[in-house]
Design a protein around this ligand. Sequence first.
Ligand SMILES: [Zn+2]
Length: 271
Amino acid sequence: MQIALDIVSYGVVFAFGITIGSFLNVLIYRIPHKLDFVRGRSFCPNCEHRLGPADLVPIFSYLALGRKCRYCKKPISPRYMIVELIGGLLAVGAWATFLANPPLLIANPWLVGNTAPPLAAVLFFLVLCILLTISFIDADTMEIPDGLVIALLVCGVLAIVVGPEVTLLSRGIGLFAVSVPLLVLTLVIPNAFGGGDIKLMAAAGLLLGWQGVLVAFFIGIVLGGVYGVFLLATRKKDGKGLFAFGPALCVGIAGALFFGKLIADWYLGFF
Ligand SMILES: [Zn+2]
């Protein structure tokens, strides 16, 4: 009986996450185009035909319509479905971390001593959604919108209340722990990092504390490095080719959110 209940609750949470992912697709498209993302109907980016409710069911519409626009028949990129699926997985991750029975308390720096798991789960998922949106916008445009960094900063302020496990001092140091070295590096080597990356890591520092943001940056550098080598190997870019570092940093921040405490404990165990 408990297992059946678990399956149902995970299913509902996954469906919820997919729906949010569908909205994130709208943000990812509209923020860089400076379009209103609250009002305004969704339309096909190719033929600009308005989409009806039957075209907007996450994942199912895409598969049912044969991965093409119903009106102009132009193939639709699978990325929309991928964003929806990631949204579903992130919601499941937030649920498992805070609300499942038993929750995966050990992995999370916000959790110990936390008295409001539902609040923490919502904030956690919100942060992950912002990171997902930043990743795709940065990959598309090589820019991280300031509005999304500010949203992350606000989450960092809320985290002070929701996650007392990370001290205010740690969060304060976190603001500068990665961002200032990146700023100095970028002043010495122009274009080493973008301004958006620097601001992103400042906000992440407030959110995670200095230990967490170091873990996040370490994961980001490894992923970004691997990706850079991959680009060099496959597209034969000259060594100066720029690519968006934001997605790697966002994955690092998400990794630190989920596993930061685990990684820090494991690492500090060597000393
Ligand atoms: Zn179309």
